[in-house]
Design a protein around this ligand. Structure first.
Ligand code: SAH
Length: 212
C-alpha cells in the first residue's frame, strides 16, 4: 500500500457518495487506520469496500456496513456504548474516536488477546474490553445508551433489552437461520420497546446462551 491516508480519504469519499451523511462517522473512519486491523497480507485491500477474514472463521465488516451501522446507531460523544462481537476491534475504534465510552465483548480468547494488544498500541483508552458471552450483556456496567451487536443470532437476547437505557437504541442482526438476517433497530421509550426492520444483513453467527 502506498499511502494509507490517501486510501482512507478515497474510502471516505466513496462512503459520502453512497449516502453516509453523519459527519462524525465520516471523520472517525477517515482517522482510524483500518489497514492495521487486518492481517499484513490483506492490508492492500483494507480500504476497499469488502469484508475481510480476521482469522478464527470471523470477518471484519466492509466499510460501508460499519458506516451505515454507526450512522443508524446515532452515537454521540460521551455516550456509553456496548458492542457485542469485538472481532478486529475496528468498529469499537470508530466509536471511541467519535468520543463514545465503549464496552466491547468478544467470546474467542485468541481474538480477544490479539485485539487487546492492537488497541493498546493505538492508545485507544476509551475502550473497555471483556472476554465472555456477549448475549448476556455486561450487567455490571449497565445501563447503556447504545448497544450494537455485530454478529447475528436467532432472537434479540433479553439481557440486552434489560440493559438498554431509557431512550436508548439497540442494533442487532436477527434471523431464523444462521447468516440470513435482518438488521433490527430497537428503541426503548417510556419502558416500551419499538422495533424497526432496517433490511437484510449478513453477519457471522452470534454464538452463546441467547445465540446459536
Ligand atoms: N465488530 C467486528 C466484527 C465482528 S465479527 C469488527 O469491527 O471487526 C463478529 C465477532 O463476534 C466475532 O469475533 C465473534 O467471535 C464474535 N461473537 C460471536 N458470538 C459472540 C458472543 N456471544 N459474545 C461475544 N462475541 C461474540
Amino acid at each position: 500500500m502506498l499511502d494509507p491516508r490517501r486510501s482512507r480519504q478515497r474510502m471516505v469519499q466513496e462512503l459520502k457518495r453512497s449516502g453516509i451523511t453523519d459527519e462524525a462517522v465520516l471523520q472517525a473512519m477517515g482517522t482510524v487506520p483500518r489497514h492495521l486491523f487486518v492481517e499484513e497480507a490483506l492490508r492492500v485491500q483494507a480500504y476497499e469496500d469488502i469484508r475481510l477474514p480476521i482469522g478464527y472463521g470471523q470477518t471484519i465488516s466492509q466499510p460501508s456496513t460499519v458506516a451505515l451501522m454507526t450512522q443508524r446507531l446515532e452515537a454521540r460523544p460521551g455516550m456509553r456504548v456496548l458492542e457485542i462481537g469485538t472481532g478486529s476491534g475496528y468498529q469499537a475504534a470508530v466509536l471511541a474516536v467519535m468520543g463514545c465510552r465503549v464496552y466491547t465483548v468478544e467470546r474467542l480468547a485468541e481474538l480477544y488477546h490479539v485485539t487487546r494488544n492492537l488497541l493498546q498500541q493505538l492508545s485507544l483508552r476509551a475502550i473497555h474490553m471483556v472476554r465472555g458471552d456477549g448475549t448476556l450483556g455486561l450487567p455490571a456496567a449497565a445501563p447503556f445508551e447504545r448497544i450494537i451487536v455485530t454478529a447475528g443470532g436467532p432472537e434479540i437476547p433479553h439481557p440486552l433489552l434489560e440493559q438498554l437505557a431509557e431512550g436508548g437504541i439497540l442494533l442487532i442482526p436477527v434471523g431464523d437461520r444462521p447468516r440470513t438476517q435482518c438488521l433490527l433497530r430497537v428503541r426503548r421509550r417510556a419502558g416500551r420497546f419499538l422495533t424497526e426492520n432496517l433490511g437484510p444483513a449478513n453477519f457471522v453467527d452470534l454464538v452463546g446462551s441467547h445465540g446459536w
